[in-house]
Design a binder for this molecule. Sequence first.
Ligand SMILES: *Cc1c(COP(=O)(O)O)cnc(C)c1O
Length: 225
Amino acid sequence: MIAATPSPLDAITTGIAHAARTAGRKPDDITLIAVSKTHPVEAIRPLLNAGHRAFGENRVQEAAAKWPVLRSEHPDVALHLIGQLQSNKAEEAVALFDAIHAVDRPSLVDALGKAMAKTGRRPDCFVQVNIGAEEQKGGCPIADLPALLQQARDAGLPVAGLMCIPPAEIEPAPYFALLAKLARDMDLTGLSMGMSSDYETAVTLGATHVRVGSALFGARGSATA
Ligand SMILES: *Cc1c(COP(=O)(O)O)cnc(C)c1O
């Protein structure tokens, strides 16, 4: 008999479960965020039909164009904003998303606090850490993290945990381990880390949320996208 080739969703779900068990963790404690940025609604529907419910987008505008119709079909979808957020879009983001993964500076904490007070919606917030101290990258410097977390709590943001994007092209494990240590030190349980190329490593090091795009949907901007 010829075994059916597993779908990318099944293969990644299996990979996460295997990595979790290797680390003595429960697969259910990890949320796979399917990063659907740049992909049209027709590419997203098969995952919804397969029962997947957690999705990630990196731009408020694009999410606002794609998700209202999909959500009317599947009201239990959880939408995660994984990209940089401008303060002037905080209110729209709070209205649209269930979690915000790139909270990284005092002005944005301020804007999100006001937007939550005004709308009454309180999406989970992950504070993004510039884990490799890269000049061009978003994220809070490690040294500023305690103050930013305090400000976020004072502003009423539900802080779920920390998020990072390690430097490209080098082994990510030490950066994942460092983010996990920072979260432990600060009594935070959520860890948003790991993408298509390294989600299994991230899970063995404690990720609670992995953000996987191209491994699920194919390369962005290619014929298969
Ligand atoms: C695009 C993106 C991802 C997904 O990247 P893949 O390599 O396609 O899995 C994850 N996190 C963030 C912040 C992203 O912008």
